[in-house]
Write a protein that binds this ligand. Structure first.
Ligand code: SAH
Length: 214
């Protein structure tokens, strides 16, 4: 399932991420450990360790490793953290996060993708990731509050439910903007109703859409 060749390719990927400016050693170790080739369709396996996004089911994508690394680094995940991911997709980002935090919930709007990815995660040893089917715009109130929230689809605004479900002192990382170019944004919840925002460059993402698909 995971060969020396794959491990070697992952090492090269980690070097590329370092060159591109990723500095958090926990994040780099997690990327070095998670077998990304298992999250892609067989047809793309050869390219799994290139720093590129790829198509998966339902017209969605597995994010580029650099984007996964940057978003994870910005979250500053602690081993005691409870994390919510919006946009499970292939499950790769959730797998990376699961190496770093205590508890992870990941929500996907596409039912078929949710079913497929939940099964994959269980089969390859990431059964501790709690996958949910639903509209991530609403978050997952049931398990809130979260120390960290990450959105892996491109939003046009920041849903207030997600801000409400964030712990005081917590971070929410979201690509957000009016057009196709989304600004990677980190929101800090300083206090109830009080937020600070920082920007970290422009990215392209599949759209964050309202409503669940059955
Ligand atoms: N984190 C994923 C990236 C997937 S692309 C990975 O590592 O592969 C973004 C995903 O967000 C897509 O699967 C898309 O279906 C999902 N998505 C978009 N809007 C959503 C919403 N409102 N709620 C939940 N998931 C959503």
């Amino acid at each position: 399932m995971d060969s020396y060749r794959h491990k070697g390719l992952r090492k090269n990927l980690v070097e590329t991420l370092i060159e591109k400016g990723i500095t958090d050693s926990n994040v780099l170790n997690a990327i070095g450990n998670v077998p990304r080739h298992l999250f892609l369709d067989k047809a793309f396996e050869e390219w799994s360790y290139k720093d590129q996004a790829f198509p998966i089911n339902d017209g969605q994508t597995i994010s580029q490793p650099y984007t996964v690394a940057l978003q994870t680094q910005l979250l500053d995940v602690q081993s005691t953290d409870k994390v919510l991911e919006v946009g499970t997709g292939s499950g790769y980002q959730a797998a990376v996060l699961s190496c770093l935090c205590k508890r992870i919930y990941s929500i996907e709007r596409h039912k078929t993708l949710y079913v497929k990815t939940s099964k994959l995660l269980r089969n390859i040893g990431y059964g501790s990731i709690r996958t949910l089917h639903g509209d991530g715009y609403l978050g997952a109130e049931r398990y809130a509050p979260y120390d960290k929230i990450i959105i892996t689809a491109g939003a046009s605004n920041i849903p207030k439910q997600l801000l409400q479900q964030l712990s005081v002192g917590g971070y929410l990382v979201i690509p957000v903007g009016d057009n196709d170019a989304k600004t990677m944004t980190r929101i800090t919840k300083v206090d109830d109703g009080k937020y600070e925002s920082e920007a970290f460059g422009v990215f392209k993402f599949v759209p964050f859409l309202k409503g669940a698909v059955h």
